[in-house]
Design a protein around this ligand. Structure first.
Ligand code: PGA
Length: 255
């Protein structure tokens, strides 16, 4: 059975005190996570260590960074390496978020290297893919996402690919309040699984978790999560409030 994953992507929000309060409020609502459900907090780098301490010994709750550099170390002022993230307690790292691709010009090649370096350090990449609105309107969304996966994930061995989480996030749905319909999400998730089956094997395609992201909230989560190929969500805005994020975690239970 694939794990169900609810990951909160805080982006560039929350100071240390605000972040600690939010995590403590979410943890207070759960003795443990719902069965087979993993909860991930993807927090800004300066908050990682302190939040890691709060999450310690809380089964089912994990910590993620939102990016890492593709080199091991060196003269890259302002950047953060995979080894550094591990050293402060991160277990996951979001890679290839559309905001990184768009505002920081991250390329397919850089992302392929980031995925490799993350896995080398035993970080689980949450690899984001998804098409902009113009591509969806031309009905080219399936080949567009296929290209993102081929260019940045399909260099991995089958064993390594099984250590990756994929997040499908249509760019037009991120932060816009416009969620993909359950049918649109399911179509893409099934297509991604088919691509993985073709490149690797159907066992690996069945094993890999595929999350949906883009204006997912407490109202629409359970409908999205009921789709057979949707294995959870990558939640932006709705992860910034304890009540809303907790409701989304509970929506995982019904699947
Ligand atoms: P959103 O962001 O839920 O605010 O649309 C999702 C994301 O960017 O991961």
């Amino acid at each position: 059975m694939r794990p169900f994953i609810v990951a909160g992507n805080w982006k560039m929000n929350k100071t240390l005190e605000e972040g600690l309060t939010l995590v403590r409020e979410v943890l207070a609502r759960f003795e443990r996570t719902p069965p087979n459900t993993t909860v991930v907090f993807a927090v800004p780098c300066p908050l990682l260590q302190a939040i890691s301490e709060v999450l310690r010994e809380r089964q089912g709750f994990y910590l993620a960074a939102q990016n890492c550099h593709h080199e091991e170390q060196g003269a890259y002022t302002g950047e953060v390496s995979a080894a550094m993230l591990v050293s402060v307690g991160a277990q996951y790292v979001i890679l290839g978020h559309s905001e990184r691709r768009q505002y920081f010009r991250e390329t397919h090649e850089q992302l392929a290297r980031k995925v490799t370096v993350a896995l080398r350090h035993n970080l689980t990449p949450i690899f984001c893919c998804g098409e902009p609105l113009a591509v969806r309107e031309r009905n080219h969304h399936l080949p567009y996402v296929a290209r993102q996966l081929r260019a940045s994930l399909f260099h991995l061995s089958e064993t390594d690919l099984r250590r990756v989480v994929i997040a499908y996030e249509p760019v037009w749905a991120i932060g816009t309040g416009k969620t993909a319909s359950s049918a649109q999400a399911q179509e893409m998730h099934a297509a991604i699984r088919q691509l993985v089956a073709k490149r690797y094997s159907s066992e690996t395609a069945q094993a890999i978790p595929i999350l949906y992201g883009g204006s997912c909230n407490a109202q629409n989560a359970s409908q999205l999560f009921q789709q057979p190929d949707v294995d959870g969500g990558l939640i932006g805005g709705a992860s910034l409030r304890a009540d809303e994020f907790s409701a989304i975690i509970c929506a995982a239970r019904s699947t």
